[in-house]
Write a protein of this length. Structure first.
Length: 431
């Protein structure tokens, strides 16, 4: 019996890392997406690609994937969700055939952390450190206003990528927010958390954490020095108690990513902001720094145990997403692909076009990785600094340059229209 891996959201850089990690464990890797010309389409770690319906179609999306699984009825099919479709597929698990296994948590586990008002309840019940949160289920409840002082954050319970989250300075701004989000209930009011963002990743089995790691994004001076993102692995120890509480409370099996805010001072406690039932933007960074989450998740799903020893994250490890490096990377990919020769003339036009800029490439790369980075990139990527020391590149595998060709349709759209195509826009990508 062969093992076939289906990796969804093939346009993303996360999918590239997943394919590279999973390939040694399986006989065939198939990339899935709603569009063609994705990063996986050109990756040496992917054998073929297929198109499916939009994940937002829920049942239809799952039926398309189930149909592909049935093509390999005599084989075992490992489904590796690459983005928020992890929740969708878990919800429609009953539609998948018996030969398919889904690398995702149980739906009951996921429903305890999403939408956000469910997680607010979990936080209170299990003494998890988080900002003070009030949930308004209806407009009538919200009219009385929050009991906490302004300023505060307002956010819809459903939604990702920072959409709908606003800092509200006073009662007038609060009333305006309610008007603008009248169709978005439940709404949450949350006290402000001080400090910097930390991404804490974990793999758990039946509620017990098997491995975890953490990183933070660095921004250095001078801001005008260039564009790029530098990630640094930090100790997960300050976050460990809350991560284990979340895993045990939900009975989690699979990967999850938790956003924290923390001052970095040992005297302060990190505050949990949200939990995401999916892979995260810095998956490649996590892999390069010592923990191959995608491989471990595949092993756990296929064999109900790890076949390889969990790595130990290298504290202080740094990687970079150097936006200025992308043009030369694409040029390098052209030299290795017959397809590239057909596009080389167009690429020269794009590269030299008036609209070509690092800001646009910031939008491109952030959208391919995750929308949290996209949100930041849309605002100020031209001012982000790139630490130009000898860092590993948190982008593409060094021996897989042709995967960069999957970005060309986005680059072309940027050059022609000055904006991201709807397939990977901030609103459609999520976080």
């Amino acid at each position: 019996m062969k093992i076939i891996a289906l990796i969804t959201y093939g346009r993303s850089l996360m999918a590239l890392t997943m394919a590279e990690s999973v390939q040694p464990l399986v006989d065939r890797v198939i990339g899935l997406d709603t569009i063609g010309l994705t990063a996986l389409s050109f990756s040496k770690y992917c054998d073929e690609t297929r198109t499916v319906r939009e994940p937002s179609e829920g049942r239809g999306y799952t039926e398309d994937i189930a149909s592909i699984c049935r093509e390999f009825a005599d084989d075992r099919v490992l489904i590796m969700p690459g983005f928020e479709d992890m929740e969708t597929l878990a919800e429609h698990l009953s539609l998948l055939p018996a030969n398919a296994v889904l690398a995702a948590p149980d739906q009951n586990s996921i429903e305890q952390v999403t939408p956000k008002h469910h997680f607010a309840k979990l936080v209170k019940e299990h003494d998890i450190n988080a900002p003070e949160t009030e949930v308004f289920e209806t407009e009538d409840e919200a009219q009385s206003g929050p009991s906490m002082d302004f300023p505060l954050l307002m956010k819809p319970s459903r939604g990702a990528g920072g959409r709908g989250i606003s800092k509200v300075e006073n009662r007038e701004a609060y009333e305006a927010y309610l008007t603008d989000h009248a169709q978005s209930y439940p709404l949450l009011a949350q006290s402000l958390a001080e400090g910097d963002d930390y991404c804490v990743s974990a793999l758990a089995h039946d509620g017990e954490v098997m491995v975890m790691s953490a990183y933070t994004n660095l921004e250095n001076q001078p801001r005008e020095a260039g564009a790029g993102v530098v990630r640094e692995t930090v100790s997960a120890k300050p976050f460990e108690d809350d991560i284990r509480k979340i895993a045990r409370a939900t009975g989690w099996t699979g990967v999850f990513e938790t956003d924290f805010m923390w001052s970095g001072d040992d005297a302060d406690s990190p505050a949990v902001i949200e939990v995401n039932a999916r892979f995260w933007a810095g998956l490649r960074h996590s892999t390069l720094s010592g923990v191959d989450y995608a491989r471990h998740l595949a092993e756990l799903t296929l064999y109900d145990e790890l076949k390889s020893t969990p790595g130990t994250p290298e504290i202080g490890y740094r990687s970079q997403v150097p936006l200025a490096w992308i043009p030369s990377a694409l040029d390098g990919a052209f030299s290795e692909s017959d397809y590239a020769r057909q596009l080389s003339e167009s690429w020269e036009k794009v590269k030299n076009a008036k609209g070509f800029s690092l800001k646009n490439f910031g939008k491109l790369i952030a959208s391919l990785s995750d929308a949290k980075a996209a949100k930041e990139a849309l605002e100020d990527v031209t001012h982000r600094v790139m630490d130009r020391s000898s860092l590993d590149v948190d982008l593409l595998a060094k021996d897989d340059p042709a995967a960069a060709l999957g970005a060309l349709f986005i680059v072309s759209h940027l050059a022609k229209f000055g904006e991201l195509p709807p397939e990977v826009s901030f609103d459609s990508v999520g976080s």
